[in-house]
Design a protein around this ligand. Sequence first.
Ligand code: LLP
Length: 436
Amino acid sequence: HGTSQINSKGHLEIGGVDTMDITKEYGTPVFVYDVELIRRRARGFKKAFETEGMQYQVAYASKAFSCIAMVQLADELGLSLDVVSGGEMLTAKRAGFPMERVHLHGNNKSLEEIQMALDLDVGCFVVDNFHELDMLKEQTEKTKKSPHVLIRTTPGIEAHTHEYISTGQEDSKFGFDLTSGQADEAIKRLKDHPYLQLKGIHCHIGSQIFDTNGFSMAIEKLFSQIIRWKEELDFEPEVLNAGGGFGIRYVEGDEPLLPEEYVTSLIHTVKEQSAMHGLKIPEIWIEPGRAMTGDAGTTLYKIGSQKNIPGVRRYAAVDGGMTDNIRPALYHAEYEGVLANRANDKAEDTFAIAGKCCESGDMLIWDLPLPEIAEDDVLAVFCTGAYGYAMANNYNRFSRPPVVFAENGSVQLVIKKESYEDLLRNDLPLRSAERV
Ligand code: LLP
């Protein structure tokens, strides 16, 4: 998919760049992003809104993959930006991203983060709880800044990867509960505030969702509250933020919709509900993370040691693992891959691809069909572009791999490989130790 293909040498090519040239220059492991595919995804999400003549914002959920170059690309693509921490906020600032299009999330924003957001003129706070609301009131009264605010609600729809279930009890750490009066209380406290401008309502039902029913149910639930809020509280949201969660195809059998299909369905439900209840059609905002960058990312590893347990399993270890992709260990997430240096060779056996961390659970793929492999073959693992680098860590004191962008036959380094010096940078010697 995307712009990846196999060239005349039998090598995997991404964005018109031979992956063997990438490993030669940057080593392994390395994350490679197909920039054209990110552009295509962004266009898909936006196109549906434009076709339907909607007021909208598509905010890239930068938790999926954030770095300065990625945020700059999001800006180029006319996206807004969802950030959840001081670190993601600062990345946006340093990238020169227009801060009025930044939306700050978080279920436990610190005072420092709130102050930083006000200081940087972040456009919108997605308020999650009363503790935050109180801090925000105090800080805006102090600074006289007047940001937009959305209230995050938990609509009681919980998406579970392939399906959704209605949770009668809204048991979630995020947002204001709809049924017990918490959301009403938040609206009351925000509505006529001299500085905070209450714009609307937010909900996010989960991640890696394949169909549209969960979104429709959440929107219907919100509308049933909106008619009541209009009557009882004189509040009608101008903005309805439906969150992210649009699924992607990791492995055969995953059947996501296209970005434009998710959005079209959302728009239809909102229009239908607005008409049914005689309400203005609100602006719709969404926050895709995974569906924006997930399938644009590929990780290239070098194959090293092998272990054959006759009749049981053949292991092949790569030079990365749960430090650059924790999703298999954490969620039993599945991936597909090919040998990037011999992409036309036929599969002959099934391999269990192990990482190099000191932990049995550090497995990337349990049953990958591959040709007979040799040391120094390069394994490409697909769809690692969201929550891959973003969740990378330094377990075992491994350093984080570099990240490159590939497009139109050229490649650009966007995150350097962490060096040993980077790893030790914050360490301080034991006071009584003599030799350090
Ligand atoms: N908006 C809100 C409020 C969210 O909490 C999230 C994700 C998103 C948007 C973006 O969701 P997406 O479109 O990427 O599904 N680490 C997990 C995923 C955690 C998602 C957390 N929230 C994983 O690797 O699958």
